[in-house]
Design a protein around this ligand. Sequence first.
Ligand SMILES: Nc1ncnc2c1ncn2[C@@H]1O[C@H](COP(=O)(O)OP(=O)(O)OP(=O)(O)O)[C@@H](O)[C@H]1O
Ligand SMILES: [Mg+2]
Length: 338
Amino acid sequence: MKKKKNKDYNIDRLLDSLPTTLLLINRQKRIIEANPEATKFLGENIESKTIDEVFNCSEEEIFDKVFEGGTIERREIELEDRIIGFSASPLYNNENEIEGASIILRDITEIKEMEEELRKKDRLAALGEMVAGMAHEIRNPLASIKVGIESLSFDEEKNEKASRYKSIILKEIERLERIVNDMTVYAGEKPLNKQKVNLQHLINQTLMMFHQEMNERNIEAKNIYQGELDCMVDRDQMITVLTNLLLNAIHSIGKDGLIEIRTKEKERDLMIEIKDNGVGIPEKVLSKIFIPFFTTKSEGTGLGLSIVNRIIRNHNGIIQASNWEKGACFFIAIPKGF
Ligand SMILES: Nc1ncnc2c1ncn2[C@@H]1O[C@H](COP(=O)(O)OP(=O)(O)OP(=O)(O)O)[C@@H](O)[C@H]1O
Ligand SMILES: [Mg+2]
């Protein structure tokens, strides 16, 4: 290693001002130096602790390689709820002997989260393709089965059993058709048919569809809005969004409750908030509810929210789910599109 003589710069000050977290350890793995960034990151009083204590890691031999002249590059450890990336290289003294190691740390939690997000998007894109293929393969035989069953003619009064089976089969075919239709929406096969729509009218119309069911369950809907709320959207697909969100809210309430729908304009966007006072979304499933086929219901297909998410994304909007003190809350922001 070539050493620089006649230093005319202050190496301590350089280390102090370095915007990088740097630690020096001796061969006993005790911290002998920590720059200000490191104490900011790992807390005061880290000097004199061992690196194993700081890292909370049990891999004893992790630095042996460095003490023999090697380097560690881009290793990852978990520190509380953060992911830390670190590199280490040998620390030489003036006699060119290895005295310890220098360690550079970096909090890479956000980078890791972004990577995971990208992987998720890739997986979803692949899943979308598969779903589109499956929907296509199911649709045709299903249509033939439907035609076949419908054309079965017999005396319905005399063949009560056959007639009952026929109507069950036709109902199940309808259910499958709905699922296949949902799958094609999810796969993004249906192009957007945008038209000028008033969001308030759309919400009122959708609420009308649930009027009876909500009355029977004693669920009240509060529709609170501000502004004009005109937008260019695919009317049918937006009804699908509202229907799914309302249905979920109704199911989570069961009986006796309130659904609040607030809509307003914010610059070029429309904001929609649908809040219910039902059971809420368990924290551990919050991150999964937009994944196709994820459901906690025995009768659910788990496609509802993934379709909602897909439609909102196709409109260049965003949707987020959270819990408030009494139930679930869904928030949508969507461009007005003018
Ligand atoms: N308003 C809500 N309150 C509580 N949990 C909810 C709410 N909305 C959705 N969830 C949770 O998210 C899961 C996924 O919802 P999603 O609408 O995608 O599927 P599903 O309702 O189970 O079935 P379906 O495909 O018939 O809609 C639900 O099973 C439920 O656990
Ligand atoms: Mg649903």
